[in-house]
Design a protein around this ligand. Structure first.
Ligand code: HEM
Length: 411
């Protein structure tokens, strides 16, 4: 009984501002006390070990919360465009419905397509770093997140989708608002922000698709009009709009989070940064280690389709909620030895940062390539790069990110 109460208070400490800033000690403690912990307050089973997280994510009988779940758990969902969008999207659908929506996305984000984009990613990175160099040239500090971390994923994925560069700058605030949908407990303010962003973005993408139907270009928005696998019912207009919107919600804030977290991890581990400076080929490994060490998407939820075993003698009933804590799984000492150390030369890294199973992130290769391009160029161009003050973290439980990461280039 005592352990259960302790585990619950350790878990709830993650929701405090201090816990959000550094949730790792709390998750480690929770894993030690109760690696499968049923939270009374949040009505879900928290999993903090790699093995159970991986098993749940790759078991198709653990479903993502979908429209059926939403209609019985969010009674006023019809009043929330964001709920209607999210729970019928790729991330909120299961089985054949999910497979049909996923096929065109998988094609657009295939490994070969992303490899072909490498030059473009490097060019955009270089341009944004020019602006960052200028902003810091007189010795002052600049917010890396604002100048590079946020615009880079918007420019790269925006280019792939077909969002003109001039339109992209509006997307930052909208992305931030839309990603409130990813919070495990949404406040009235979260809903209001997410609803507003979904309405605006649906209108925007409807216009973009109309434009591309009239004048096709070499981008995903144009391809969505023509692509569907043999045997699949063609996508409806609303489905096309919502696929573009989901790419935006799922792809931008997560990647910008990862970019800032990676730079911060390197700057706070000068020995590791020196290794990457000496051998820029370590850039890819540095990004992988950062994804493990400070995982941008903290957790994801599943619902049991029938009574299912989480571990020997732990069975959850049909309809039970289970939360895989990706941030904790990646620091499970049973999976990655000495997990709290940030070590770019770590061997055998296998992360859950992009989830696993049918919902595995289709943007993983793109995000990794952006991270590697950034680290490589950053160490090459700025030998004096340093922190210029205490960074400001995003007030979010589900996404790890910075609002302000002040850096100087002459440290
Ligand atoms: C570091 C960057 C990123 C991280 C950490 C990340 C993480 C994730 C995770 C954890 C999931 C699965 C959630 C679950 O299983 O419930 C996911 C799904 C998804 N991600 Fe990413 N993502 C990143 C970048 C991107 C990018 C660049 C794109 C595309 C532009 C993207 C598009 C998507 C989409 C469409 C899904 C839904 C897939 C499905 O449900 O089948 N992500 N991402």
């Amino acid at each position: 009984m005592r352990t259960l109460m302790d585990a619950e208070s350790v878990l709830l400490s993650v929701l405090t501002p201090e816990g959000r800033a550094n949730p790792h000690p709390s998750f480690a403690e929770l894993r030690r006390l109760a690696p499968i912990h049923r939270s009374e307050a949040l009505d879900t089973h928290f999993l903090t070990r790699f093995a159970e997280c991986h098993a749940v994510l790759t078991n198709h009988e653990f479903l993502v919360p979908d429209l059926t779940w939403c209609s019985s758990n969010i009674p006023d969902w019809r009043e929330h465009p964001a709920a209607d969008f999210f729970y019928s999207s790729l991330l909120g659908s299961n089985g054949a419905v999910h497979d049909r929506l996923r096929r065109p996305v998988a094609r657009a984000f295939g490994v070969r397509r992303i490899a072909a984009l490498r030059r473009t990613v490097e060019k955009i990175t270089e341009e944004l770093l020019d602006g960052f160099a200028e902003a810091t040239s007189s010795g002052g500090a600049a917010n890396f997140q604002e100048l590079v971390g946020d615009p880079l994923p918007v420019a790269v994925a925006g280019g792939l989708i077909g969002v003109p560069r001039a339109d992209q700058e509006h997307f930052h605030r909208l992305g931030r608002d839309a990603s409130r949908l990813l919070e495990p407990v949404r406040t009235a303010d979260d809903w209001a922000r997410a609803d507003g962003a979904v309405d605006t973005l649906r209108e925007y993408f409807t216009g973009l698709l109309r434009e591309r139907r009239a004048r096709p270009a070499d981008d995903f928005a144009s391809a969505l009009h023509t692509q569907h696998a043999p045997g699949d019912t063609p996508l409806t207009e609303r489905e096309r709009v919502d696929i573009l919107l989901l790419l935006f919600v799922a792809g931008f804030e997560t990647t910008s989070g990862m970019l800032g977290l990676t730079v911060f991890a390197l700057l706070t581990h000068p020995g590791e940064l020196a290794l990457v400076r000496a051998d820029p080929d370590l850039a890819t490994a540095a990004v992988e280690e950062s994804l493990r060490w400070d995982t941008p998407v903290v957790m994801t939820e599943r619902i049991a389709a029938r009574p299912l075993e989480l571990a020997p003698s732990v069975t959850v009933p049909e309809g039970a909620s289970v939360t895989a804590v990706l941030t904790a799984a990646n620091r499970d000492p049973g999976h990655h030895p000495d997990p709290d150390a940030f070590t770019v030369r770590r061997q055998g890294t296998r992360v859950l940062s992009f989830s696993a199973g049918t919902h595995f992130c289709p943007g993983a290769a793109l995000a990794r390539s952006e991270g590697a391009a950034l680290v490589r160029r950053l160490v090459h161009r700025f030998p004096g790069l340093g922190l210029a003050g205490e960074p400001v973290r995003r007030a979010s439980v589900s996404l790890r990110s910075f609002d302000d990461l002040p850096l100087v280039t002459t440290g």
